[in-house]
Design a protein around this ligand. Structure first.
Ligand code: KG4
Length: 335
């Protein structure tokens, strides 16, 4: 079954053609350069850029796969969560395409597809497993009981880990998207020089909170600048990175222990973080847990992961009709 899938939830316009877990083509057109001058994604510009790029990206995806429209068996699309105007571009394009080709339309939840990015190159990975999905908009710890069955163990109560990285990076003068740059220039953490809080939430075993940490870093930078002191950017970057990793790893390892998971996956843009991968590897080795994470090209937003998840959604009977709408928020276990 050849699925043409569309991703437009944030600032990448991507279209892929997949067959079960196999990627026949995956085109990603990024808008980073358009948003960089503003230091973050401007939703209105994102929607316009998707509209400009989507037809060309679709042609390229078909051409890379060596297929014609007639050979497509289904159309899949990210319908939630994400920037509403950006999602609407992909959803409407998908509806028009499915209708004109006379093929099923498969709605895909963005976080489910990030998890599915792991299936592309890890052919042996199958549920049940525990998954930490960390991106620019989400930080969520879930039990993946089956390909389309999820139980949320922990979620962020405020900002996502990626948001914390991006905003502290911006305050440190690094270019958007800050998380990537911060990871590149970070050296060695120094908590004595830059004491950073470890926000703990009462009555929530596995939830996360990153906004207190973000504010603490921004305050340290402002205080130093008011006193005319220079910030050691690589050291502060490493200290923030270490603290974010402490919080993510601590919750994940406690959940793995409590629910006896021996298989763990990482997903989402922040799963590209070098320290997170390294330290997770070490912690998993100590506990005899098998760790999976996607290759770097599938960590960020892309349509290949949408197509792979769409295959399982289709098998479970999740097919939309022409009334499909986009939604800015939607729990991962919505159905
Ligand atoms: O999954 P993604 O591409 O988009 C969302 O669905 O949000 O994630 C983007 C996020 C951004 O916050 C970006 O700074 C972060 O992932 N990111 C990283 C790294 N690479 C990307 N954060 C930390 N370290 C990295 N190496």
């Amino acid at each position: 079954m050849k699925i043409l899938s569309i991703e437009s939830s944030c600032d990448e316009t991507s279209i892929a053609i997949t067959e079960e877990r196999r990627v026949l083509s995956n085109i990603v057109s990024t808008q980073i350069a358009r948003h960089r001058v503003f230091g973050g994604v401007v939703p209105e510009i994102a929607s316009r850029c998707h509209t400009e790029a989507i037809s060309q990206v679709c042609e390229e995806a078909l051409s890379q796969a060596g297929l014609t429209y007639k050979e497509i068996d289904a159309v899949a699309v990210t319908f939630a969560p994400g920037l509403i105007g950006a999602l609407l571009v992909g959803v409407n394009f998908a509806k028009g395409l499915a209708l004109s080709l006379g093929v099923p339309l498969i709605p895909v939840h963005h976080l489910r597809s990030h998890i599915a990015a792991n299936y592309i190159e890890h052919k042996d990975l199958q549920p049940p497993f525990l998954c930490l999905t960390v991106s620019g908009g989400n930080s969520i710890l879930t039990e993946v009981s089956d390909y389309t069955k999820f139980k949320v163990l922990g979620n962020t109560q405020d900002d996502a880990a990626g948001e914390c990285f991006d905003k502290t990076a911006r305050a440190l003068g690094l270019a958007y998207p800050g998380g990537v740059e911060l990871d590149k220039i970070a050296t060695t953490a120094d908590f004595k020089r830059y004491p950073l809080p470890y926000p703990r939430l009462e009555n929530s075993e596995f939830n996360f909170s990153f906004s207190g940490l973000k504010t603490a870093v921004i305050n340290q930078i402002h205080n130093a600048s008011q006193k005319g002191q220079e910030i050691d950017v690589p050291v502060l970057a490493a200290t923030v990175r270490a603290r974010v990793c402490d919080m993510l790893i601590d919750n994940t390892m406690r959940a793995a222990q409590k629910y006896s998971y021996k298989t763990l996956a990482l997903a989402g843009g922040v799963s590209a973080n070098s320290e997170l991968r390294l330290r997770m590897e070490e912690e998993c080795k100590k506990r005899n847990i098998k760790l999976y994470y996607p290759p770097l090209k599938y960590c960020g937003d892309n349509a290949a992961m949408v197509g792979v998840q769409a295959y399982y959604e289709y098998k479970s009977g999740n097919i939309a009709d022409i009334s499909l709408n986009a939604a800015a928020t939607m729990p991962i276990n919505y159905r």
